[in-house]
Every structure is written in structure tokens, then in C-alpha cells.
Design a protein around this ligand. Structure first.
Ligand code: FE2
Ligand code: FE2
Length: 131
């Protein structure tokens, strides 16, 4: 899975880690393995990813922090619903991730994250370490 590299490097590290966990989750789905642990790990990672960006947008008062954060929470709600109701439905999960979540993630990174990352880079944001 190819994702766009952004000018603000800490976001790339967060995205790369997410892609790794996502690819493992997809393997589990394809092989119809027990999903509870890997899905929880994925969910925790998405939370870390989103709050990493949201904390920085808040701290540096990024102009589009509200629509960007709302987009995160919309997806987060979906992922939480799936955890509750769909974790045994492998056919649904495969379709959801391949046809919806992955295209969404790629597009989100190419649009909202790109603009956000450009802003962080432009104002010279530095952080001690990525989560
Ligand atoms: Fe992101
Ligand atoms: Fe984002």
C-alpha cells in the first residue's frame, strides 16, 4: 500500500506505522483469523494517529483544525461500530477495508493531511518524539 510522503516528517512516521498494522489486520481478515487483538491494536493506533495530528493542530491553531478533526471522528465512529457489530463478518470487513477505508486513508493523506503537514512544516513545528 502506497501512501504519499508529506513535508512534515513526524506525520510520515505515524502513517507508516499505521500502514504496517493495517496490512497485518488485512492478512488476519483474509485468513479469517481471530480479530479481537489485532483489531484493538489497530484501533489504538488510529486513535494515536488522529490525536497526534489534532493536538498539534490545536497547539499551533491550524485554520482547518475543525473540519480535519471532524473527519477523524467520523471515521473513528465507524471503526468503533465495526468493533461492536461486525468483527465476525469477514466478507463485510474485507469489502469495508479494501473498498472504503484504504481509499479513504489514501485520499485523506493526499488532501487534509497534506495541507496540515504543509502548515506544520511552514511554521517550523518541532516535536521531541513521535508517539
Ligand atoms: Fe494522518
Ligand atoms: Fe488526518
Amino acid at each position: 500500500m502506497d501512501i504519499k510522503k508529506l513535508p512534515f516528517e513526524p506525520m510520515n512516521e505515524v502513517h507508516q506505522k499505521e500502514v504496517e498494522i493495517l496490512e497485518r489486520l488485512l492478512e488476519f481478515i483474509k485468513n479469517q483469523k481471530e480479530l479481537v487483538d489485532v483489531y484493538n491494536e489497530f484501533l489504538e493506533d488510529v486513535k494515536r494517529h488522529f490525536s497526534f495530528e489534532e493536538d498539534l493542530m490545536q497547539k499551533y491553531d491550524f485554520f482547518a483544525k475543525i473540519p480535519h478533526s471532524m473527519e477523524h471522528s467520523r471515521i473513528m465512529d465507524e471503526l468503533e461500530e465495526i468493533k461492536k457489530y461486525k468483527l465476525a463478518d469477514y466478507q463485510f470487513l474485507q469489502t469495508y477495508f479494501e473498498e472504503y477505508f484504504i481509499p479513504w486513508l489514501i485520499n485523506h493523506i493526499e488532501t487534509m493531511d497534506t495541507v496540515t503537514s504543509g502548515y506544520f512544516d511552514m511554521i517550523g513545528v518541532t516535536i521531541d518524539k513521535t508517539p
